[in-house]
Design a protein. Structure first.
Length: 190
């Protein structure tokens, strides 16, 4: 794992690494401080609790998703196929940047339900799915739009350990998601 520059970011990176290795519940602030080779007081200066660390990670690493949603909401209605494809491209980039956080969320679902960020994450997914759907879409096309998003999430999780070039895997995941959006945008064929 590459660590980012400042102390706050280093704490976040090390905490996320430890949460991934041994689980959120089994990781203590003391262990995070020890791994960073700082005192617990120095850690407390930045974060009072593990939840504070996770919330700060969530806010920092998902900011590009919020920026994407804001950008997409400003696009003319109804959204063109090209706009929907661009939403998916930008979504994939944002997911990639936040991949360690999403792995944490996946592996600690019970904890996520207890933290305030769990609801925020759910709201963001609903907003993303609405951005990809047009008005009055048939149910099958609404499912395709939601499936495009989950294709990107599933691809990030399940393809990471699959053999193959990472860029090729990334492109394949995006292609499948775009295929789903394209089908949903064009509707049923006669």
């Amino acid at each position: 794992m590459t660590t980012r520059g400042n102390t706050r970011q280093r704490i976040q990176d090390v905490a996320l690494e430890l949460f991934a290795e041994q689980g959120y519940e089994k990781t203590s602030l003391r262990e995070i401080a020890e791994k960073l080779d700082v005192t617990k007081a120095a850690l407390y200066y930045h974060f009072k609790t593990k939840e504070d660390i996770v919330i700060s990670l969530f806010q920092d690493l998902t900011r590009p998703l919020d920026e994407l949603i804001a950008w997409a909401e400003k696009q003319p209605q109804p959204r063109t196929l090209e706009t929907k494809q661009e939403i998916l491209r930008r979504y994939q980039a944002a997911l990639g940047d936040a991949a360690p956080l999403f792995r944490f969320m996946q592996e600690n679902q019970a904890t996520m339900r207890e933290l305030s960020i769990g609801e925020t994450s759910k709201e963001r997914m609903i907003a993303m799915s609405q951005l990809l759907q047009g008005p009055n879409l048939p149910m099958v096309d609404r499912v395709r739009c939601v499936s495009a998003l989950f294709t990107m999430h599933a691809g990030m999780f399940f393809m990471q350990n699959a053999e193959g070039d990472p860029e090729e895997k990334r492109e394949a995941i995006l292609e499948v998601a775009i295929d789903l959006i394209t089908q949903a945008h064009h509707g049923p064929r006669s």
